[in-house]
Design a protein around this ligand. Structure first.
Ligand SMILES: Cc1cc2nc3c(=O)[nH]c(=O)nc-3n(C[C@H](O)[C@H](O)[C@H](O)COP(=O)(O)O)c2cc1C
Length: 186
């Protein structure tokens, strides 16, 4: 993998400045208006056949919902996600309504794209998002008990980042992205 690099000039500042923080300011509040905007950003994301196969459970410190989610964080994510101003549990619906299809191959793809939109919207609002899978999926699914067809996929911690991007963020090169899926020419 290519080692520490900065995004080049020409990349939009909202993308170049984005990173997943490991420290959040616990005094920051994501109010209802801000939460609404983050969810609007999701709402307007594209999806296969406009299926919008996503759903969310949101919780903020002080809300009863927060107490339902916190116990299911893994120790690794609890260290920083507890201080976030908003925790979003993301769910996908892989079942396709009104068709013979039992499974949408694009449901998780669409959810990921929707969360990318939320992440950029957060960045534009002076917030930062850290997506994570370090939680007890089984325990959280039991706790939230989503309807049949819905599956929890990930969580997103949103808040004001403390400090800058972690050191040593590495990325594959652009050349790698274009060559990796194929065997080298003999
Ligand atoms: C689906 C998904 C799951 C992730 N799970 C975790 C996680 O469990 N713990 C963690 O610290 N970061 C997690 N991350 C964050 C990635 O490690 C991070 O995005 C990656 O290292 C690149 O760093 P950057 O976001 O700062 O550019 C996850 C990100 C995604 C998109």
């Amino acid at each position: 993998m290519h080692h520490p690099q900065e995004p080049p000039s020409g990349i939009h500042p909202l993308l170049a400045g984005r990173f997943s923080p490991y420290r959040f300011d616990p005094s920051t509040v994501v109010d209802d208006h801000a939460l609404g905007l983050l969810l609007e950003a999701v709402r307007w994301a594209p999806s296969a056949g406009n299926s919008q196969p996503w759903g969310f459970f949101t919780s903020r410190p002080g809300e009863l919902e927060h107490d339902r989610v916190l116990p299911h964080l893994a120790p690794s994510s609890a260290r920083w996600a507890t201080d976030a101003s908003l925790l979003v549990v993301t769910l996908t619906r892989r079942h396709v309504d009104d068709t013979q299809l039992l499974y949408s191959e694009f449901a998780d793809y669409d959810l990921g794209q929707a969360i990318a939109h939320m992440t950029v919207q957060a960045q534009a609002m002076g917030l930062a998002a850290h997506q994570f899978r370090a939680f007890d999926l089984e325990g959280l699914t039991k706790e939230l008990d989503p309807n049949p067809g819905w599956a929890i996929v990930s969580m997103v911690a949103v808040g004001k980042a403390v400090g800058g991007a972690p050191e040593g963020r590495a990325r594959h090169s652009v050349a790698h992205l274009r060559s990796a899926p194929w065997s080298p020419v003999e």
